[in-house]
Structure formats: C-alpha cells, structure tokens
Ligand binder design. Structure first.
Ligand SMILES: *[C@@H]1O[C@H](CO)[C@@H](O)[C@H](O)[C@H]1NC(C)=O
Ligand SMILES: *[C@@H]1O[C@H](CO)[C@@H](O)[C@H](O)[C@H]1NC(C)=O
Ligand SMILES: *[C@@H]1O[C@H](CO)[C@@H](O)[C@H](O)[C@H]1NC(C)=O
Ligand SMILES: *[C@@H]1O[C@H](CO)[C@@H](O)[C@H](O)[C@H]1NC(C)=O
Ligand SMILES: *[C@@H]1O[C@H](CO)[C@@H](O)[C@H](O)[C@H]1NC(C)=O
Length: 368
C-alpha cells in the first residue's frame, strides 16, 4: 500500500546502507555466568549485550531444573543483571561440559521426550524472566544423534513461536553451544545439522578453546590458538569448517576464554610454545584475573605470540597459556573479517576487576 515517493528512495537507501555497515544492535557480546554465583556489581555488565545462566540440568524424566548449587540464584538472575545493564538480554543454558550426554541423546531420540523437554525449558525460562534458551549438549556422538538434534531444534523453534503467539510476547531466543568445528572429533565423528541451525537457531556459539590441556601433561600449548602452523586444531580451521558446511556467518558467535591452561615446566631454560612439561599444577585452569596476579606475584615473563594469536607467561617453574587484551582484540578483528555475529566469553566472572578482556573485545567489535 505505502509506496515511497521516488524522491526519498535514495535517502532511504543511504540510511539502510549506513545502518548495515555500522556496528548494529544485532552484534552479540555475550558472557556466560556460573549459576552458583550471585551476580556482583563488579561484573562489568555494561560491556555485554547478553548474559547466559550456566547451567540448568536435564533430569532423568527429561524436565529441566536448576543445579543443586544454584541456591535460588535463577530467580534473581535477570533482575540482578538488568539492575546493572537495563538493556541486557538473558538466557538459560542447559547442559554443559559436566553433564550427562547419554541423557541428552535419550531425550532427543523420541518425539514425546523432546516435547517434555521443550515444554519444561520454555516454562522455566518464562517463570524466571529469561529471554532465551541455550542448549549445551556436549556432544552428540553419532550421525544418528545429530539428526535427532535437528528434529529437536525444529520442534523447539515451533514451540517457541507457538508460545509467543499464544501469549503475545516476544519469542524466546534459541541458541546452542557447539564444538569448535562442524564435525565432532574423537567421539564418533558426527557432523552437525547445519541447515537446522540456519533454519531454527538465532546463533551457535563455537567453543574455540581447550585445544591443549591437562590431558597432554608433557607439552605446553596454546589452548585458544587462532592459527597454528603445526596443528589443524585451531580456531581458524574450526570457523572454516562450519562455514564450509554452509553455516550462515551471521549465525556464528565465536567463543573466547577468560581462563588459561597451565603446566609445570621441565626446564626453566625452555619456555616457548611446545616446551616440555612434567605435569600440571593442582589448578590447571586459572582465571584471567588470577593470571594477572600470578604475573605480578611471580615477576613472571609475559609474551604475546603473534603466530597463534595467544599469550603465555612463565614464572616459578609454571607456564600458563591464555588470552590477553591484545590477543582478544586480534580475535575480534578476525571474527569481524569473517562477518560473524559476535563473541561469547566463558565466563564473564573470570575477567580482571577492570574488565580488561571484555573491554578489549567490546571496543574492537565497535570500532570500524
Ligand atoms: C546418564 O543418564 C542416563 C540416562 O538418564 C542414565 O542411565 C545414566 O545412569 C546416567 N549416567 C550417570 C553417570 O549419571
Ligand atoms: C506445557 O504443557 C502443559 C500441559 O500440557 C501446558 O498446559 C503448558 O501450556 C505447556 N507449556 C508450554 C510452554 O508449552
Ligand atoms: C624480575 O625479573 C626481571 C627479569 O626477568 C629482573 O631483572 C628483576 O630483577 C626481577 N625483579 C624481582 C623483584 O624479582
Ligand atoms: C603478526 O605481526 C605482523 C607484523 O606486525 C602482522 O603483519 C601480522 O598480521 C601479525 N599476524 C597475526 C596473525 O596477527
Ligand atoms: C624453575 O624455577 C623455579 C624458581 O623460580 C623453581 O621453583 C623450579 O623448580 C625451577 N624448575 C626447574 C625445572 O628447575
């Protein structure tokens, strides 16, 4: 009915082009937040667009519920986050690295259990004021489980739309945390149903970390390598794998770690990436804020590795691979160059008190 007069069409086009090119409100700056920890005022939440409660768990009857150590935090989560950033959008993540992947497979295998799960997830999100749901099934272990996952996503999206229509509310977001590449390695080699992601999810978060760790105690390594000339296990290879399978770039959110991975050096004379190690310290996944203290307290040497786009430090016989503000900024430049939708941090609570990593990421995403 309304046809724009010819004279204002060029103006409209300019506005559209300008809004397309500027950092848009659809850019995702997401932080996960541990369910066991109340949200604190020092969380630097003004640097985030989304905050995800991690995790709700899947019970044996395929309903979801808060973790036992949540201690009632779920009901406070969205009000507490919005008190610090009134525009922040909150999600509930279901599952996580420590959850039972067999149970997810059983739930996804039949229409009735999928429906129970979907209904329960929407109810829990709405009862606690969340704006979205995030599936962290780590990981589907076969092509059969991947096709069950596709059915789950399609039915979940349909139920979310139906609930939004029936209640006249904005539809919940639907997202998932996924393996860093489109084919899950080591556990059955299933490839994700990428078409079902494009059709049903707002985005997938690529878990682009944990490439090296305590499971290889003899060699120090960059657990978040963006590139690695010595290994195909790196973030650029993962992003290329997902996009090569047909994932729309604007459905991909890049995972960034706010924690390091540490080893005990075999020698204080050999301290570069790939140096020999004799094991790992008791806490082999120090948070970024603890790494900052470690460097100060041990007069440790910190190095930026331009090849892998990671940082590492060593002191007192301990070596830690991590991301610094510089490596984070370089990774955000990378995700912009590939037109991805944004980034997530695991977890926002691990940053320094000034939010050094979240600041570096946010400023880089916003800059032209
Ligand atoms: C994982 O879940 C399945 C299905 O609910 C159950 O049979 C199994 O005992 C669970 N495993 C553990 C370790 O809890
Ligand atoms: C879940 O199922 C119950 C019982 O069938 C129904 O009353 C309720 O509306 C459903 N909730 C959602 C969010 O679909
Ligand atoms: C810290 O290390 C540097 C060299 O790495 C050394 O020159 C300096 O004296 C050390 N400072 C302290 C307080 O140990
Ligand atoms: C490494 O540094 C060089 C020179 O400063 C720069 O041209 C190159 O882009 C950097 N590589 C990465 C991966 O950042
Ligand atoms: C490296 O130096 C630290 C002291 O700075 C010492 O505790 C540690 O044993 C040394 N490691 C080796 C392998 O010699």
């Amino acid at each position: 009915m309304a046809i724009a007069p010819r004279s204002i069409l060029p103006l409209l086009l300019c506005v559209l082009i300008a809004s397309f090119h500027s950092s848009s409100s659809s850019d995702v700056k997401l932080g996960y937040w541990l369910a066991s920890r109340p949200i604190v005022s020092s969380a630097n939440l003004h640097l985030y667009t989304h905050l995800t409660y991690a995790f709700a768990q899947l019970d044996p009857s395929f309903q979801i519920s808060p973790q036992p150590d949540d201690n009632g935090n779920i009901a406070q989560f969205t009000p507490a986050a919005r008190a610090l950033n009134p525009a922040i959008v909150t999600l509930i993540a279901i599952g996580g690295g420590g959850s039972n992947s067999t149970r997810f497979a059983e739930m996804a295998a039949a229409p009735s259990s999928r429906a129970t799960f979907i209904n329960s997830s929407i109810a829990l999100a709405r009862a606690n004021g969340f704006h979205g749901l995030d599936l962290d099934w780590e990981f589907p272990q076969s092509q059969r489980e991947m096709s069950d996952l596709a059915a789950l996503w399609a039915e979940w999206r349909a139920a979310i739309q139906a609930e939004a229509t029936a209640t006249s509310r904005a539809a919940l977001l639907l997202t998932a945390a996924v393996y860093y590449r489109a084919t899950v390695q080591n556990v059955g080699a299933g490839t994700y149903p990428v078409d079902a992601v494009n059709a049903n999810l707002d985005w997938v978060g690529l878990m682009a970390f944990d490439y090296h760790g305590a499971w290889d105690p003899t060699t120090v390594g960059p657990h978040t390598a963006l590139y690695n000339p010595d290994s195909s296990v790196n973030t650029d290879a993962g992003v290329t794998s997902w996009l090569g399978q047909g994932l729309h770039a604007d459905r991909a959110v890049l995972g960034l770690a706010m924690y390091g991975r540490s080893w005990i050096l075999a020698s204080n004379e050999s301290t570069g990436i790939g140096a020999a190690a004799v094991g790992v310290p008791a806490d082999s996944t120090p948070f970024f804020r603890d790494i900052v203290s470690f460097i100060r307290d041990n007069n440790a040497t910190a190095v930026y590795d331009n090849t892998t786009v990671t940082a590492y430090c060593f002191g007192g016989g301990v070596w830690i691979g991590f991301d610094s503000p510089v490596s984070i900024a370089t990774k955000v430049e990378y995700l912009k160059s590939r037109a991805l939708k944004g980034y997530f941090f695991w977890t926002a609570g691990y940053d320094s008190s000034t939010g050094a990593l979240a600041n570096a990421a946010s400023a880089t995403l916003d800059s032209r």
